[in-house]
Design a binder for this molecule. Structure first.
Ligand code: ZN
Length: 580
């Protein structure tokens, strides 16, 4: 038996105390921590926060040898109960690792709990002890016999159930008869919990029906662990739960009439992570069917598992009736604008972006928009183009492709989902829409040409409207700006006039044509549209003058709107696509 005990021992030092008991160790037992966590494709070396590892058998200390950055070998005897103890520093508010202070605790077991080599398939018991008064524990893991105890069938399951600790708000609802729980930490007193539960319930029911019709989903209970902070956004999917991070102001407030942009964004996140319960946690890339937690695990399919999930997150808000058609088109327009403002879309395909996630998407720098494209946003647009293409051809659309993949994977019936390859996806598209559609998808996924979205959307009575953006997009820079910090260049986009002038990331822009700017668009007050300009800037203590050439007409603002005279056929297609 493997027993892990976690104690929030020194909250002011952000240190968990962990004790691990191995009833029947191997001789020279090896233990390790993962270096990455599924869903977040970056080597994070969780062991860098582990310290003070000691081991004993009875009263006898066991020497230990560190084999690499994350692995230890114990000089122990076989079959004699072994106890290890160590500390883990935890002060990351993201959903990916672990956190502890006097108010709250959170952890993914991949940051805290050692893998006992050779015993990975044994049941893993977890006990939380020494909790401050008033703290509760939340996790989707199966409850054990004692208070604050849990049991996972194996190590892989143990690290797939994050744990929230603290004096949090909790509420519950049923979706299609299945128990769902929502835990919220850090909410303001005005937080409208019942409203969040009601909206989440609609999302969950829409998704269960999307995948299964009237049949039950492949889990018995689901838990949302949401942490609200001053500023933040993110989520990480797990088999029966998700860890979410949002800005406090984005939580629904009592008396709030409309959702508001922030709450819509939060519900989109809820929808996104919940959709992953099927698409990536069960349906998954064949390359990730057996995880190697010691190194990068490459797949070219994140355009499908993240991109298609990103397509469905907002679409299912619309279909659940939580947002109206204009609000949905507004969100879609922003996604399209973001991709069109990324020169890297001409450099990298979404399949390459998936493969390179480990060193590019998760390791951004000032050149990222020039060298890469997001498999989330471009992947969502690929899903959109495919869905619309199938529907224009009189087919039922992408929904049926997703369900066909589900049915065909993982054995059954009923299917529990399972590994799929790129060939499986193309085959499902071919049988739904024919070879030409499958070939077109292959181009979308492996090519860098523009997607034919304006023409496709028009068939649904939706126009892509392009107009003038701000001065930063006209010049091809991304900036951060404020009255105190001034205008700082974050990125210089490939092919823009700012790059032609010699502007570089990190430059501080002081003045345009002899006038001080606090925001770049201040210069709109005296600069004629599409005019050349003289720029005063600071780089490495030097004040430099640069001549910015006249930019080409700027059409970087992208919005989607209902076409004024859509045919009945277009309106019918749109109803099939967006519901309502
Ligand atoms: Zn995702």
């Amino acid at each position: 038996m493997i027993e892990h005990r976690v104690e929030p021992a020194q909250p002011h030092a952000h240190l968990y105390r962990v004790t691990l008991k191995v009833a029947r160790p191997q001789a020279r037992q090896v233990v390790s921590l993962p270096v990455w966590l599924p869903g977040s494709y970056m080597v994070r070396d969780f062991a860098r926060h582990l310290s003070g590892l000691v081991a004993t058998q009875g009263n006898t200390p066991c020497a230990l040898v560190q084999r690499d950055k994350t692995t230890w070998q114990l000089e122990c005897r076989a079959g004699v109960a072994l106890q290890l103890s160590y500390d883990v520093y935890a002060f990351d508010t993201s959903v990916r690792t672990a956190f502890l202070d006097a108010q709250r605790g959170f952890f993914n077991a991949s940051s805290l709990l050692l893998r006992v080599h050779g015993a990975e398939q044994q049941p893993q018991h977890l006990r939380l002890s020494g909790l401050p008064k008033g703290w509760q524990v939340a996790s989707a893991m199966t409850a054990g016999a004692g208070r604050n105890t849990f049991v996972a069938a194996d190590y892989e399951e143990l690290i797939d159930h994050p744990v929230e600790l603290g004096a949090f708000w909790r509420g519950s609802f049923k979706a299609c008869g299945v128990a769902h729980e929502f835990v919220v930490s850090g909410a303001l007193p005005s937080f409208d919990g019942p409203r969040l539960l009601a909206d989440a319930q609609r999302i969950c029911e829409a998704q269960i029906r999307f995948w299964h019709g009237e049949q039950p989903p492949p889990f018995k209970r689901y838990v949302f662990l949401l942490n609200a902070v001053e500023d933040g956004y993110g989520g990480l999917e797990h088999r029966a739960s998700t860890a979410l991070l949002c800005a406090r102001r984005d939580l629904p407030r009592r008396g709030q009439a409309n959702l508001g942009e922030g709450t819509t964004r939060l519900l989109g996140l809820v929808s996104h992570e919940y959709f992953h319960t099927w698409n990536v946690k069960r349906l998954k890339p064949t390359e990730l069917a057996c995880i190697d937690d010691t190194r990068e695990n490459y797949t070219e399919l994140l355009w499908f598992f993240e991109g298609f999930t990103s397509y469905y997150d907002d679409l299912l808000l619309r279909r659940a009736g939580l947002i109206d058609e204009p609000a949905y088109l507004n969100l879609l327009g922003k996604t399209l604008q973001g991709v069109l403002a990324t020169p890297g879309r001409a450099v990298q395909s979404v399949a390459q972006a998936s493969f390179d996630a480990w060193v590019k998407y998760y390791k951004t720098d000032e050149n990222t928009p020039n060298a890469t494209v997001s498999y989330y946003t471009k992947g969502a647009l690929v899903a959109l183009a495919l869905d619309l293409r199938l529907r224009v051809k009189g087919k039922t659309g992408l929904d049926d492709v997703m369900r066909a993949l589900w049915r065909a994977s993982g054995g059954g019936p009923p299917s529990q989902g399972g590994p799929i390859s790129e060939a499986d996806i193309f085959a499902a598209v071919r049988s739904a829409g024919g070879k030409a559609v499958a070939d077109e998808l292959k181009q979308f996924v492996h090519g860098t040409e523009e997607l034919p979205l304006p023409a496709l959307l028009l068939a649904f009575g939706v126009q892509v409207q392009r107009g003038e953006g701000n001065l930063a997009s006209a010049w091809g820079v991304r900036v951060s700006e404020g009255p105190v910090s001034g205008v700082m260049v974050k990125n210089v986009l490939r092919g823009g006039v700012a790059q032609a002038a010699g502007v570089a990331a990190g430059d501080e822009l002081l003045a345009v044509d002899g006038w001080r700017i606090r925001r770049l668009d201040d210069a709109r007050a005296w600069l004629a549209a599409n005019a050349a300009a003289t720029l005063l800037l600071v780089r490495d203590q030097r004040v430099l003058t640069m001549q910015v050439p006249a930019p080409p007409p700027d059409v970087s603002s992208v919005t989607l709107a209902l076409a004024p005279h859509a045919t009945p056929q277009a309106a019918a297609l749109r109803r099939g696509w967006l519901g309502g």
